[in-house]
Write a protein that binds this ligand. Structure first.
Ligand code: UDP
Ligand code: MN
Length: 324
């Protein structure tokens, strides 16, 4: 081979290598870009998953991206399980870390959950950020501060709306990041202080439009529940401690809405103008009618969620060096 030919093939080799490098870089960028938008379409992510798994060291994925990869791996055989989007408003007080620990560990027992944590705060806090990292759940972490005029004073707790700003921020996120008829799932408002049986999440996954079930320890009753018509099995009324004649006398913990429906009705939001105590009822009116409700939890005979409230602790002294 002539020297010029050898030189030519040498340079051609370098060119090919360079081209190869460009190709890998571009592929990596596309893969990372794809991963930053956390999607639930496991089908669509299958090839991506395999490619990522192969190159995860080189790609130096962030912890959330590695967790997503693990979840995709774990969910390989459960492609048809719809994602549950659990929306949790939360605010700083002594029991916040304890509440979030409790519910994050409940969610660890539930497959295919995407937890949307919305802090009622000017900025996201390290307390919540660290708890999320430790949980190894798939999480979208947002913040939305309740305007000062809406902050409740202790004595009139019941009078004010709580979680409005935060739930709306989560709904906006869902509508901006997920796609109608492509992403599949069910949306549930999961307050940080309630108690959840993991069986509830199996019920939530069954929701076609709007599903309902009993909620324990709420409204001055041992349980609030939809009342079913024994002939049709449909909801005909409500056993509720307060205004049972509301169109939907159901606590925030007592219903879930299919993601398709949530995305199809972009105007459905919570609002401060809704009458006090009518948030749930007015919100549900955007989506469904009483007749259409889907009774779950064994025809509304089982309690899988309790509207528990944590007592405000009496803290008289602070031991430095601890984050409780
Ligand atoms: N919440 C909030 N900011 C507040 C008060 C409440 O983000 O100023 C959250 C709280 O963490 C919970 C939800 O909103 O997840 C409902 O609040 P709470 O449990 O106090 O309401 P209740 O159960 O008494 O109706
Ligand atoms: Mn509560």
């Amino acid at each position: 081979m002539k020297l010029s030919d050898r030189l030519y093939s040498f340079y051609a080799g370098i060119k090919m290598k360079k081209l190869g490098m460009y190709f890998i870089t571009i592929c990596s960028i596309i893969v990372i870009w794809k991963l930053t938008v956390i999607e639930s379409g496991v089908d669509r992510l299958q090839i991506l998953r395999e490619a990522l798994d192969l190159h995860k060291e080189e790609l130096q994925l962030s912890q959330q991206q590695l967790i997503l990869l693990e979840h995709l791996e774990a969910n390989r055989d459960q492609k048809s399980v719809p994602t549950i989007y659990a929306i949790t408003p939360t605010y700083y007080r002594y029991v916040q870390k304890a509440e979030l620990t409790r519910i994050s560990q409940t969610l660890k027992l539930v497959p295919n959950v995407h937890w949307i944590v919305v802090e009622d705060a000017e900025e996201k806090t390290n307390l919540v950020r660290n708890l999320i990292l430790e949980s190894k759940l798939i999480v979208t972490h947002l913040n939305a501060k309740t305007p000062p005029f809406e902050k409740f004073k202790d004595k009139e707790r019941w009078k004010k709306h709580r979680g409005v700003e935060q739930r709306n921020a989560a709904l906006t996120w869902l509508r901006n990041n997920l796609h109608l008829n492509i992403d599949k799932g069910v949306v549930y408002f999961m307050d940080d202080d309630n108690t959840y049986n993991i069986k509830l999440f199996q019920e939530i996954r069954k929701v076609k439009k709007v599903g309902v079930w009993p909620v324990g320890l709420v409204g001055g009753l041992n349980v609030e529940t939809p009342i079913l018509d024994s002939a049709t099995g449909k909801v005909k009324g409500y056993r509720s401690g307060w205004k049972p004649n509301r169109p939907f006398a159901i606590d925030m913990a007592g219903f879930a809405i299919n993601l398709d429906l949530m995305l199809a009705k972009p105007n459905a939001m919570f609002s401060y103008t809704m009458e006090k105590g009518l948030q749930e009822s007015e919100f549900l009116s955007y989506f469904t009618t009483k007749e259409e409700l889907e009774p779950l939890a064994d025809n509304c005979t089982k309690v899988y969620v309790w509207h528990t409230r944590t007592e405000k602790p009496n803290v008289n002294g602070v031991v430095e060096g601890f984050e409780v």
